[in-house]
Design a binder for this molecule. Sequence first.
Ligand SMILES: Nc1ncnc2c1ncn2[C@@H]1O[C@H](COP(=O)(O)OP(=O)(O)OP(=O)(O)O)[C@@H](O)[C@H]1O
Ligand SMILES: [Mg+2]
Length: 64
Amino acid sequence: MLFELYPKESRRELFSRDDVIDYIKRQIHAGNWVVITGQRMIGKTSVVKVVLNELASEGSGPCT
Ligand SMILES: Nc1ncnc2c1ncn2[C@@H]1O[C@H](COP(=O)(O)OP(=O)(O)OP(=O)(O)O)[C@@H](O)[C@H]1O
Ligand SMILES: [Mg+2]
């Protein structure tokens, strides 16, 4: 569903964000802080949720 209002949780629901998701995961694995900014409703929360879900399912949450 492309036009629902809640943030997306999985990569396959997010359009054209593979590069930024992979970039954030690489930065977290490298131990770097990541700041996410952008205009309202651009998809910031969705990207963070996808990153956290993928890190958790890969057994490497950012807080472990
Ligand atoms: N790349 C995308 N593909 C599909 N849906 C998207 C994409 N980007 C944003 N959306 C959708 O747009 C809406 C807003 O996304 P989200 O809440 O993640 O944005 P946000 O930047 O965190 O917003 P806010 O500034 O209000 O916090 C949601 O319904 C989300 O699913
Ligand atoms: Mg948000």
